[in-house]
Unconditional design. Structure first.
Length: 423
């Protein structure tokens, strides 16, 4: 298991140590090693996509990532990585073209697998819109063409809004998120590649025509076939994971690095294995066949290496894999009712050396410019983590432009870290 863990950490960029400077080259390298930055709206600490870069680079300007994602000369684009909204390197845009066409077919074909990544609320919402409001999507596209970039609310041609008290025409089309018809229509246009995300306004998506946002050379790049694209996407997953089961690489589940329908996943894995790119191996404690990327290295991990990991970091977003690699049972708590939370609300695992040694509940109180640690729980038999964690908390506070650190956790390790931070 130690070898598998080191291979996984090295593949994700934790084997080389942090760079001396958090410049654009270091940020690019960190994104390349992570492979993808998952987006999430929770902002109790900071937006989740900033955190994997911080874990690998340390203190870097967050506006640098904003520029790479949404500025002029951007190097990333927004799309779905599996089922997850994510920032993806622009070089991978051609690999998504087949999914965009598949997304268009999926809306109308009941038999197509949902594993092409289209939110089901878009699929069912579009079927309803087509029946109830024919021509509506074309009106939304026309409005974006004439007046874009626009938010989903601004892209409503007639300003009609469904109220929460209205009878829900389809309970799967966004009652939870209160999606309006214009949101469903513009998300369909986004899934099919007709519009893309031009930027974010208070983290709300701003849409525009794809040809007005992405570089012409990217849009004109040769498009691989669907089979070629799937193979390359699984290669990217394998390179990023280092060692993984077929299910973790591309199984048809929400926790796969890049989900594919079962038969397709089996075919792609077989092709890459025959080509010598995936090497079958056995990992202690894992019943399923594992595969090691042929270039993955087993490197010693600096036992002083440290990182606070976002709940959506690619190293740990597959909770089952995190459990068997690190013997660390982890579930996100933001959707858990408060009385049932054990370790806090926004809990970041603390990586020290090659182990996950603690769970750190974190909050940025921007009103008082304070990084708050309400709960801190060490794993059984941890190494001496007090000084490294205190150092990492100071680094994070400086990165987030917070002037103070307040450790209110009452556990023994929490009290020790509070004293170390104060000292």
């Amino acid at each position: 298991m130690g070898v598998a863990r080191r291979v996984a950490l090295g593949a994700q960029g934790f084997g080389d140590g942090r760079p001396r400077r958090g410049d654009v080259r270091a940020v690019r390298k960190a994104i390349g090693r992570a492979g993808v930055l998952q987006l999430d709206s929770v902002n109790v600490l900071t937006r989740s996509h900033y955190l994997p870069v911080f874990a690998r680079v340390g203190n870097y300007p967050r506006e640098m990532l904003d520029k790479l994602a949404w500025g002029r000369g951007r190097e990333l684009f927004e799309y779905f990585w599996g089922h997850k909204a994510a920032l993806i390197p622009l070089t991978n845009y051609p690999l998504m073209r087949w999914r965009m066409r598949a997304a268009e077919r999926q809306v109308w074909d009941e038999e197509l697998s949902p594993d092409v990544g289209v939110p089901w609320s878009v699929v069912t919402g579009m079927r309803r819109l087509t029946a109830e409001r024919p021509g509506y999507v074309e009106q939304v596209l026309k409005l974006v063409t004439e007046k874009g970039p626009l938010t989903a609310g601004e892209a409503s041609p007639d300003g009609v809004r469904r109220k929460r008290t209205d009878p829900d025409p389809d309970p799967t089309t966004g009652r939870m998120w209160n999606w309006q018809d214009s949101k469903i229509a513009i998300e369909y246009l986004f899934c099919t590649g007709q519009v893309t995300i031009a930027g974010r306004r208070h983290f709300e998506r701003v849409y525009d025509l794809t040809e007005r946002v992405l570089p012409a050379d990217v849009l004109a790049a040769p498009e691989p076939t669907a089979d070629e694209a799937r193979r390359e996407l699984v290669r990217i997953a394998a390179r990023g994971l280092g060692i993984a089961t077929a299910k973790e690489l591309c199984g048809a589940s929400g926790q796969a690095h890049y989900p594919l329908p079962t038969a397709t996943a089996r075919q792609v894995i077989g092709e890459l294995k025959d080509a010598g790119e995936l090497i079958p191996v056995r990992v202690e404690g894992v019943n399923q066949q594992s595969y090691r990327w042929h270039e993955a290295k087993d490197r010693p991990i600096d036992q002083n290496a440290r990182a606070l990991l976002s709940p959506f970091d690619p190293l740990i977003w597959n909770r089952d894999r995190t459990h068997h690699l690190f013997d660390f049972f982890y579930r996100i708590s933001i959707y858990t009712p408060a009385p049932q939370r054990i370790h806090g609300y926004y809990v970041l695992p603390f990586l020290l050396g090659d182990r996950l040694v603690a769970r750190v509940d974190l909050k940025a109180d921007r009103r008082t410019s304070t990084l708050v640690v309400p709960t801190l729980t060490a794993e059984p038999n941890p190494p001496d983590l007090v000084a490294p964690l205190a150092t990492e908390l100071r680094l994070m506070a400086a990165w987030l432009d917070l002037e103070h650190i307040q450790v209110t956790a009452t556990s023994r390790v929490g009290r020790a870290v509070a004293q170390a931070v104060a000292a």
